[in-house]
Design a protein around this ligand. Structure first.
Ligand code: PEP
Ligand code: MN
Length: 338
């Protein structure tokens, strides 16, 4: 941490801060310039989090140099984390992973059809919500446990692993039973009680970035899960709110290299919710893999005009097939595979 004093800060004001640092057993390195004094502080910055130094007279600015997240940071774990699932699926490894399926589970037949289709061209996970976070309380809210049972049946028929969203801590036993990966949706990224509960679970978690959250907020949310003992956390960028309205959200493509630099956790991109329109989904997916993402989670529907949720952004099965071929060659160009 660096403490910068105002040009006219008095010796008394500077000494007072030095006293405070001494009390907290932090080591100050004082630099006396012509205009102003700067103190570099060595030691655990967390000790200062409850006593913001900006409030003291004479202090102009305090700059933190340590990140507030610890266990999810590269400093804690220098190599990329690989999350191993099922017999031979690795998220965050050499191969990129594809999670595909409808936005929500509508019927057993449709889910089964889509599961078989996406599996054929390389998906390793079946996505689909049984509990949906809808903006309107009058919209379809999901099939609930019945939907989870259909996912389990589709898994049995295809071998795909199941990734599905949990919204309520009281449903954890159901998700422990039916899900392979518990999705925490964008709207719940800062539901800290929910994060702590899935942090105690043994199920891997796909944590989606909130639509109005910074990367720091995102990593702090991941830290909630990780610090409870669950180290199988995947991050998912799904677009953030900006002034732009041409797409549903704005995919923060730059978040991919930033996350790769700051954390060891795998990064998955959701092009569907970012785009909001199927015509844009494939291009965004290709860009995501080219930028270093470990995989995508994408919505697919065979009759999007009949979909009860997010039809406009669902890829048609044929578009999905073409995208898989393209992603494989992009992955291979980067020394990876699909
Ligand atoms: C979803 O994956 O269907 C979903 C609701 O995503 P998000 O939480 O990113 O909006
Ligand atoms: Mn959706």
């Amino acid at each position: 941490m660096v403490i910068i004093f105002k040009p006219k800060a008095s010796k008394k004001e500077i000494d007072h801060i030095l006293e405070k640092l001494k009390e907290l057993k932090l080591e100050p390195k004082v630099s006396q310039g012509i205009e102003r004094t700067v103190i570099g502080v060595i030691g655990d910055e967390a000790k200062l989090r409850t006593q913001p130094l900006e409030v003291y007279p004479g202090v102009e600015k305090v700059i933190a140099v340590q990140e507030p997240y610890k266990m999810v940071s590269k400093e804690f774990h220098n190599k990329p984390s690989e999350i191993k699932l099922g017999k031979n699926i690795v998220v965050g490894g050499k191969k990129i992973v594809v999670m595909a399926g409808p936005c929500t589970i509508e019927s057993k037949e449709r889910l089964m059809y889509l599961a078989k289709h996406v599996k054929k061209k390389g998906a390793k996970f079946l996505r689909g919500g049984a509990y949906k976070p809808r903006t309107s309380p009058y919209d379809f809210q999901g099939l609930g446990e019945e939907g989870l049972k259909y996912l389990a049946q589709a898994k049995k028929a295809t071998g795909l692993l199941v990734v599905t969203e949990m919204m309520d801590v009281r449903d954890l036993p159901l998700f422990e039973k039916y899900a392979d990966v518990i999705q925490i949706g964008a709207r719940n990224m800062q539901n800290y009680n929910l994060l702590k509960e899935v942090g105690k679970s043994k199920k891997p978690v796909l944590l989606k970035r909130g639509m109005a959250n910074t990367i720091k907020d995102f990593l702090m949310a991941a830290e909630y899960i990780y610090s409870q003992g669950n180290h199988q956390v995947m991050l998912c960028e799904r677009g953030i709110r900006t002034f732009e309205t041409s797409t549903r959200f704005t995919l923060d493509i730059g978040s991919i290299p930033v996350l790769k630099e700051k954390t060891h956790l795998p990064v998955i991109i959701d092009p569907s919710h970012a785009a909001g329109k199927r015509a844009y989904v494939s291009a965004i997916s290709r860009a995501a893999i080219a930028a270093g993402a470990d995989g995508i989670i994408v919505e697919v529907h065979d009759k999007p005009e009949e979909a009860v949720c997010d039809g406009p952004q669902a890829l048609l099965p044929k578009m999905y097939d073409e995208l898989m071929v393209e992603l494989k060659s992009i992955a291979q160009a980067l020394g990876r595979d699909l």
